[in-house]
Design a protein around this ligand. Sequence first.
Ligand code: ME8
Length: 510
Amino acid sequence: MHKQYYITTPIYYVNDNPHIGHAYTTLACDVIARFKRLDNYEVMFLTGTDEHGQKVQMAADKADVLPKEFTDRVSKNFQNLAAKMKFSHDYFIRTTEPRHYESCQKIWQILMEKGHITLSSYSGWYSVRDEAFFSENELVDGKAPTGAPVEWLEEPSYFFNLSKWQQPLLDFYEKNSEFVAPVGRFNEIKRFVEGGLKDLSISRTTFNWGVPVPNDPEHVMYVWLDALTNYITATNWTNKEQNGFEKWWPADLHMVGKDILRFHAVYWPAFLMAAQLPLPKRVFAHGWWTNEGEKISKSLGNVIDPISLIDEYGLDQIRYFLMREVPFGRDGDFSKTALLHRINSDLANDLGNLSQRVLSQIYKNLNGEIPALSEKPQKDDVLLLKSLKELPDGVRVEINKQAFHEALRLIWHVIAEANRYVDKQAPWALKKTDIVRMSDVLAVLVEVIRGVSLLLQPFMPDASAKLLDQIQVAPEERLFMFLSSSNMLSGRIIEKPEGVFPRYQLLKDA
Ligand code: ME8
């Protein structure tokens, strides 16, 4: 029986084209999804687009097309990015799909029947950019706390009795100390809830691009109630025959940016508690990217287009950089200098040279035949193989904490150890003096290349596949359960090796 793992990204607004921030969140989920599959989990990895609400309707009006046509177009751009980034999502959800309407209306009806929704009227501030309501005392210099402009709204509205869920939420947080990460963000959420919750307006009447409220079509649902519900729509909640909800829900992890944590860690659990549905196990709020020290924004003209970055530097290079450069959870700055440093130093020098040196020596000096591990290893061999053996558990712990940078740091620690070992053992010199020792050393190093390449598959799927191809690891031998078998490659014949990670300078000259 497979263990199961359900992971979600936010669904992105289709008011604009995707940028590096969207690619980042989904990449983090892709790494976890791939890791879990290799670790023998059955995974459901969900991403998609959030297509309703005033912000999207206004973007469609501006483009002078109907919202549906507009959302089809922009959603496609997000799907193209996902293909370009080689994301391995199992489903791309769109909130304009019929089953999602059914699911939103179902949750609404449950909340209504249980007495958690009442009709009243809203008067207060609204920020279209944030798709969020603000009271007077939350405004900062007449704007939303995010700096977005606000408008005054007065309209009939249905309300969800959020205030009633303050204590149940606090009790839940108390019992589930891993529910929100990082811990600093969890503390912010607790303080926010301790400060008291007001009932939440959950319908709008002054525009119509949304899911109609059951039995009152003058209202469309507030876009956040609609959007959050996507996580259960995708399990086929409304289709009992498929048992998807029982199988997948609750989600193991909602990955989000810090900007939308409150919606996921306060409103969503409150809706679910009220509907008597299980709560997700964990919400991770990652940090914010800036570009060369500046906030990324369209008006500053410094939006980073992930597609052109990939075309210039290579997909795995970008995937590696995003997961390695910034401690996951913290804000980070995108700088070309830092990117080039990672490409040349970590990838081309540390890993690329290691494998190229080892494989060319096997190719030249052993007729391409991968040697067997010695039965009488020396102390240095034992030490390096011990570090390699301990690596998978270490990496697994970090991935389960969503500490991608730490997982990569651990892997690079072993790569550095292997490079020191190569320098010290100098197999190229042993060729003339002790050919048996030379082959023992190369056998140890092939073990390291195999182990490290297997563990790097979730981060750099193409480059690690190339490395594994070169050392003749068959596709069916790439699950993590093969990490513990040693010496399985001895006797296999390699072909002339080719560098997997070019230095950036070389790329430019080419
Ligand atoms: O909020 N740095 O959609 P959205 C890091 N539809 N991450 C960034 C980023 C940056 N500079 N910019 C964007 C919505 N992101 C809602 C979500 S979920 C039920 C509904 C990422 O298109 C980050 O993950 O505004 C952030 O939370 C998300 O994009 C916001 O995407």
